[in-house]
Design a protein around this ligand. Structure first.
Ligand SMILES: Cc1cc2nc3c(=O)[nH]c(=O)nc-3n(C[C@H](O)[C@H](O)[C@H](O)COP(=O)(O)OP(=O)(O)OC[C@H]3O[C@@H](n4cnc5c(N)ncnc54)[C@H](O)[C@@H]3O)c2cc1C
Length: 504
């Protein structure tokens, strides 16, 4: 398969943003192709929980929660640093329209997902305003889609059993892909995009590589790049100062290395890189990976000095940024006791087998805290003092050092029975310590775009025919992760706005 093929729209990537844009373009009668580098569609989006931060929609209204566009505007005004007001307004105005258009199709509907937002600020909705696509059974999907959707993270990374009901991000990807294929869209896998085809300053297609040689896919209306960030590219991470490591990113292997971003830069696209990512604590794995971890129920995190440095129940991106703030925090050790039978008292995706961790040394176990210190290399006096102090906070119900348990988010996952649900003592031997690294759910610097998703040059002019969304574009939220579903929600909105522009 070499030569040249003609479409109206070429969508690069197959995550939640890409597939939203692809379906909308196809629905508008534009002949659209999704071009995916790997053999599976969905990327990190398929690993995700599928939460979408799309405020003010009919779904929140149906659920009867106190969400509104105005409330979300207040919230973003309180939490964003240095926002682009035009893009924020475009996001707010278009979120409800997008959800209405999606739900008008039989192929997808959403439900409210209780999951606290990440900041205690004006406009916050109790237990959050994120929405999630409903589950879908594998048997209800077109065979092509069922075969192509990337498995959930536990299966893809740790070989755990697959499921016949797709939920979260898998449901989002599968549902959108099914709608796209049903409406005549084409999905092409194992086809890495290597660059753009241009004519007189306009992007008119993409260049891609097949095993048989290069191919050009022409796009009469435009190219939408929604192909992740550069989280899997060690060189780019180092150049742009992104903390963490390629080995610790949650993006699936062989996916997001940023060539579509590089190729746009070669055409003069402006970037806003600022070393940004969607960060999280990563449970170190015996194979060198790091598993996204959230929802600590008990235990405490210490740095190389044996001291705590933050509220362990902070929203994961905020905790990740605390980890990134000092070199002695990576790796950290998460110290916990045996109250959950030797399992990690948190949600880790995937957790891995405790015995395999112990054999590999990513976890250690000892009957005493002194023994744990010896096994980890942490200073014994400091570790004992830290745990003793922490256990004192559990008795009083107040974390005098970091305020753990004071915010709604802190107690969302924690089910302790003491005076503070988020403060459970670490006092049941044997004790364990798990090594933690700084993981990410993707980078979020990228191509500078306007409110219509058009890729801009340094002088603010648009590169005709080229659009970007998802982690390929610099995030509308900047350094902030406002709440669950912010990556997918913003990706979907700006992909949709891009299609509106290129279809007009
Ligand atoms: C366990 C987990 C849970 C999460 N939960 C949520 C959640 O509930 N809500 C939320 O909003 N976010 C969540 N996230 C984060 C979110 O999933 C990602 O940040 C987001 O999905 C990234 O979307 P994307 O489209 O930029 O990239 P991806 O979804 O990774 O898709 C990019 C695709 O582009 C392809 N591609 C890359 N380069 C090329 C190329 N050159 N040519 C062709 N194709 C290419 C890749 O192979 C990949 O398939 C979660 C992440 C993880 C790991």
């Amino acid at each position: 398969m070499t030569g040249e093929q003609q479409y109206d729209v070429v969508v690069v990537g197959s995550g939640g943003g890409a597939l939203t844009g692809a379906w909308l373009a196809q629905k508008r009668g534009l002949r659209t192709v999704v071009v995916e580098k790997t053999g599976r569609i969905g990327g990190t989006s398929a690993y995700s929980g599928g939460a979408c931060w799309l405020p003010g929609s009919q779904v929140q209204q149906r659920a009867g929660i106190p969400d509104s566009t105005e409330g979300a505007r207040d919230y973003l005004a309180a939490v964003l640093e240095d926002p682009d007001p035009e893009k924020v307004e475009a996001f707010l105005a278009h979120s409800p329209e997008l959800v209405a258009e999606l739900e008008a199709d039989d192929g997808i509907d959403f439900e409210w997902l209780p999951f606290s937002e990440y900041y205690d600020a004006l406009g916050r909705v109790p237990f959050g305003r994120s929405i999630q696509p409903t589950n879908v059974k594998r048997g209800e999907l077109p065979a092509e889609v069922a075969r192509l959707v990337r498995p959930p993270v536990e299966l893809d990374r740790a070989g755990q059993e697959g499921r016949n009901t797709l939920s979260g991000g898998q449901a989002l990807v599968a549902r959108l892909a099914a709608m796209f294929v049903r409406d005549g869209g084409e999905i092409r896998t194992n086809l890495p995009v290597t660059g753009y085809v241009t004519e007189a300053d306009r992007v008119v297609g993409v260049a891609a590589m097949t095993p048989e040689g290069p191919v050009q896919l022409r796009a009469a209306r435009g190219v939408l790049v929604a192909a992740g960030g550069y989280e899997g590219n060690a060189e780019r991470r180092a150049e742009r100062g992104v903390p963490g490591d390629v080995a610790w990113t949650m993006a699936p292997a062989e996916t997001n290395t940023g060539e579509p971003i590089d190729a746009a830069v070669a055409l003069g696209a402006a970037t806003d890189f600022s070393a940004l990512g969607w960060f999280c604590p990563g449970l170190a794995q015996p194979d060198g990976g790091g598993s996204f971890t959230l929802g600590f129920r008990s235990g405490l995190m210490v740095d190389a000095t044996g001291r705590r440095y933050a509220n362990e129940c902070l929203p994961y991106d905020r905790f990740g940024r605390e980890m990134a703030a000092a070199p002695e925090r990576v790796p950290s050790w998460f110290v916990f006791d045996s109250r959950e039978g030797g399992r990690l008292p948190a949600i880790a995706m995937p957790e891995g087998d405790p015995e395999a961790h112990l054999a590999a040394g990513t976890w250690v176990r000892a009957d005493t805290l002194e023994g744990l210190a010896a096994a980890t290399g942490l200073p014994s006096d400091a570790l004992v003092e830290t745990v003793t102090r922490f256990n004192g906070f559990c008795e009083t119900g107040t974390d005098d050092d970091f305020g753990r348990g004071a915010d709604e988010y802190d107690t969302f996952f924690a089910g302790g029975t003491g005076p503070n649900k988020a403060l459970t003592p670490c006092d049941r031997p044997p004790f364990l310590a798990a090594r933690f690294v700084l993981a990410d759910l993707g980078t979020k610097g990228g191509l500078v775009t306007d409110a219509a998703g058009r890729v801009l040059r340094e002088d603010g002019t648009a590169i005709a025919g080229l659009y970007a969304a998802s982690n390929s574009a610099a995030s509308v939220f900047g350094s902030c992760y406002p709440g669950p579903g912010a990556p997918l929600g913003s990706a979907m909105v700006f992909a949709s706005l891009a299609v509106r522009d290129l279809a007009s």
